[in-house]
Design a protein around this ligand. Structure first.
Ligand SMILES: Cc1ncc(COP(=O)(O)O)c(C=O)c1O
Length: 464
């Protein structure tokens, strides 16, 4: 049978660089000119764009045009009006590295298929572990903090309840301890791991949103007396809403005294380790058995880039390795697939590595310091404005406040729909608050002032 030639109007390799360059240039310009894309609800988007996969082939020029239309309609998470998630802005060096990651398409499970990229990933993990004080341990890059937490919990479960990797969970009740304001991925992982979401005990927090060590100790003692197996304490370094840091030394003391695994969810706050001014917030991280750290949050590395680090060496492969002789022909250091939740996976380490190489520890530390300075500036502005009320002293770069006369949910929705800014809202003490996160160092104090001014103008019109 004759083999068909490629379609004549298909994208060819010679055209790819030029088209990619123009798409990149358009996207960067768009963030400058229209930081907030025009508001469209889901119905309007469906009506405006031919999204259906109707089975009909689209000629290449129209396909490219459609990609442009989709990009133009996609919300910007990289502009100076995006404050809605725990990431923002654009690290250009890391973005460039990310583009080369797509080009090399390394599967990262074996040295044979990924070569130097495996060594780069190992170096990134070594430096992250060193900063966290887990110098001789192990680690794996994962697709996000939720999966890093899942992996940490999986290892903790296997260590706490012998034989579960092979035989599944026995019937004895077990417990995961985490603060009342910790991330939902802990409960989700408990469900996935067969521990049950009900095994998660929410421990009380103090006024600042930090887990109370004495409440943790009481809960563990009660459980031990009742024959419940304590599996893991999850401490949070950088809580999602308030940005609070649990007191790691005191929690480590409780966990060590009771022989319970200590996992630190530093998905958000881990990058503070690079700042000599603020790294004290993570004091005690070296006593963690495992630790989650997302570089795609405070370090601004493009999504996704997360690591699970362990204090003891060899733990990742010890709990995840499978005999696959067709694939794994090196030890677990050179074949990272043996210590990963995934088989083939994209390389998320290169972009962090290149940004780190270029900026050094001091450059990344300055980024963190600048974010704290921006947050201090915003805090001063909020405190000086009688119509705004901070509900907590900011522990890091999250500012949670109420606005006189209008609920946070309504205000944030209007800010979005009117194309002013994307800012999140949350609940603190059962009250709606604006939750403004300052995670993009390209945001200037003037931007902060302008957003607050526009927010107050809008609040005045909504309240009247
Ligand atoms: C404290 C904390 N842990 C874990 C996560 C989950 O991270 P990811 O979105 O990378 O899965 C988040 C996300 O906001 C978080 O705030």
């Amino acid at each position: 049978m004759p083999i068909d030639p490629p379609a004549p109007d298909d994208l060819d390799a010679e055209a790819l660089p030029g088209i990619a360059a123009s798409l990149i240039a358009e996207q960067l310009r768009r963030d400058e000119l229209t930081p907030m894309r025009p508001y469209r609800d889901a119905q309007a988007l469906r009506a405006e764009l031919p999204l259906a996969l109707d089975g009909e082939p689209l000629p290449w020029p129209r396909t490219l045009e459609l990609l442009r239309e989709v990009l133009a309609a996609t919300p910007s998470t990289t502009s100076r009006r995006f404050f809605n998630q725990l990431f923002g802005g654009r690290d250009l060096v890391a973005t460039l590295a990310e583009l080369t990651t797509v080009l090399s398409n390394s599967p990262m499970h074996t040295f044979k298929a990924s070569g130097v990229q495996v060594l780069i990933e190992r170096e990134v993990l070594r430096r992250m572990a060193g900063l966290a004080g887990l110098t001789d341990g192990d680690g794996a890059i994962t697709p996000g903090g939720s999966l890093s937490n899942l992996m940490g919990m999986l290892i903790a479960r296997n260590e706490a309840i012998e034989g579960t990797r092979e035989a599944g969970l026995p019937g004895t009740p077990r417990r995961i301890y985490t603060s009342a304001v910790s991330h939902y991925s802990v409960r989700k992982a408990a469900g996935i791991l067969g521990l049950g979401r009900g095994a998660v005990q929410r421990i009380a927090v103090d006024e600042a949103g930090r887990m109370r060590p004495e409440a943790l100790a009481e809960a563990i003692e009660r459980d031990r007396a009742d024959g419940v197996i304590p599996v893991m304490v999850n401490a949070t370094a950088g809580t999602t809403v308030l940005g609070a840091f649990d007191p790691l030394p005191a929690l480590a003391e409780v966990a060590e005294r009771h022989g319970v695994w200590l996992h630190v969810d530093a998905a958000y706050g881990g990058s503070v380790l690079l700042s000599s001014r603020h790294r004290h917030l993570l004091e005690g991280s070296e006593r963690a058995d495992s630790l989650t750290w997302d570089a795609h949050k405070l370090l601004g590395v493009p999504l996704t880039c997360s690591a699970l680090l362990t204090r003891r060496p060899g733990l990742c492969a010890a709990h995840l390795d499978e005999p696959a002789g067709y694939l794994f022909q090196e030890d677990a250091f050179y074949d990272p697939g043996r210590g990963s939740l995934q088989c083939a996976r994209r390389n998320d380490a290169l972009k962090l590595w290149l940004s780190w190489k270029h900026r050094g520890d001091a450059g990344l530390g300055r980024r963190i310091d600048r974010l704290f300075e921006l947050a201090a500036h915003a805090r001063a502005r909020i405190e000086a404005e009688p119509r705004l009320r901070l509900v907590r002293d900011p522990a890091s770069v999250n500012l949670c406040f109420e606005v006189a006369g209008v609920g946070a949910r309504r205000l944030c929705r209007e800010l979005w729909e009117r194309g002013i800014a994307k800012i999140g809202h949350a609940e603190v003490d059962g009250r709606e608050v604006v939750r403004w996160v300052l995670v993009d160092p390209a945001v200037a104090p003037d931007d902060v002032d302008a957003v607050l001014r526009e927010l107050l103008e809008l609040a005045a019109t909504l309240a009247s």
